[in-house]
Design a protein around this ligand. Structure first.
Ligand code: G3H
Ligand code: 13P
Ligand code: ZN
Length: 311
């Protein structure tokens, strides 16, 4: 099966009350860990690439690695640009073989966001590629861009129908209280998401796939391991898994996970190097990191997303 768009995946996920995991990838080990888990659980998959990942690994390497993962596993894989910030990067990914792009115009005023998103949609659809737009702004760190709590904003449900109909996007990312990175909620406070906003969006856009960014749970096991072996991740807090399950049962069809993968890989590498100080063979220290990613993604698919046994 060639690399696919997310159209069919989202249709089935919406109807089935589950979500597709969209996992950020930067190198071979991350791709192998994720796809091994998806193959074991028979789950469709979105692999997503940020501008930072393209800068780190180069477009062509990531493209070929994802093609290799598809050839190796036979999985339906959608290859998606995460947080495209302008038309040029979206065009470059469309021309370079991606099947899905996100144009993130959420930092712009509404009218500018509409115009930019529509420009990308027109080009993408003419090339058989689907588009994710965003309304509302998440707090946290993406690449070198830091969005402060003061600059973040929840999605206004009153804008979603107009945004979707004027732009023609295929899915919509909304801000309901998740954020990027490993520090999502203040220590000592109860993590909360605005399910009321999600419900209202769902009511206004029946059957339309919604996307949740910043959805890592910041698994304590990995944070503890990193800290036990010299790391210093204090007060790292993620989105509780039961909230993500609830969102997946609702209109959320795509759940974005990056930080959890980073923590899993780092925990494996740190532990291995601490326990084997004489080792300097990357193949040996990357294996526990890759295995951690595989086990984490298997857990996400079966216990959180519900996308197992869907192919
Ligand atoms: O939402 C952003 C993702 O976590 C990607 O992060 O831009 O550092 O690759 P990155
Ligand atoms: P996390 O930082 O919660 O993993 O979010 C990732 C994300 O939203 C990628 O677009
Ligand atoms: Zn994101």
């Amino acid at each position: 099966m060639p690399i696919v768009t997310s159209t069919e995946m989202f249709k089935k996920a919406y109807e089935g009350g589950y979500a597709i995991g969209a996992f950020n990838v930067n190198n071979m080990e991350i791709i192998q860990g994720i796809t091994e888990a998806a193959a074991q659980t028979r789950s469709p998959l979105i692999l997503q690439v940020s501008a930072g990942a393209r800068k780190y690994a180069k477009h062509v390497y990531l493209m070929k690695l994802v093609e290799a993962a598809e050839a190796d596993t036979g999985l339906p894989i959608c290859l998606h640009l995460d947080h495209g910030e302008n038309f040029e990067i979206c065009k470059s990914c469309i021309d370079g073989g991606f099947t899905s792009v996100m144009i993130d115009g959420s930092k712009h005023p509404f009218e500018e966001n509409v115009a930019l998103t529509k420009q990308v949609v027109d080009y993408a659809h003419a090339h058989g590629v689907v588009v994710e737009g965003e309304l509302g702004r998440l707090e946290g760190v993406e690449d070198d861009v830091v969005v402060s709590a003061a600059d973040s904003s929840y999605t206004d449900p009153a804008q979603v129908e107009e945004f979707v109909s004027r732009t023609g996007v295929d899915s919509l990312a909304i801000a309901i209280g998740t954020s990027h990175g490993a520090y999502k909620f203040k220590p000592g406070t109860k993590p909360q998401l605005r399910f009321d906003i999600l419900k209202e969006v769902e009511k206004r856009l029946p059957g339309f796939p919604i996307v949740l960014h910043g959805a890592s749970s910041v698994i304590p096991e990995f944070v503890d391991t990193i800290n036990a072996y010299g790391g210093r991740l204090n007060d790292a807090i993620g989105v509780p898994e039961d909230m993500l399950r609830e969102a997946a049962r609702m209109a959320v069809c795509k759940i974005n996970i990056d930080s959890d993968l980073r923590l899993a890989l780092t925990a494996g590498v740190r532990k291995h190097l601490a326990e084997n100080p004489a080792n300097f063979d990357p193949r040996q220290y990357l294996i526990p990191g890759r295995d951690n990613i595989r086990d984490l993604v298997r857990h996400k698919i079966t216990a959180v997303l519900g996308s197992n046994d869907r192919i």
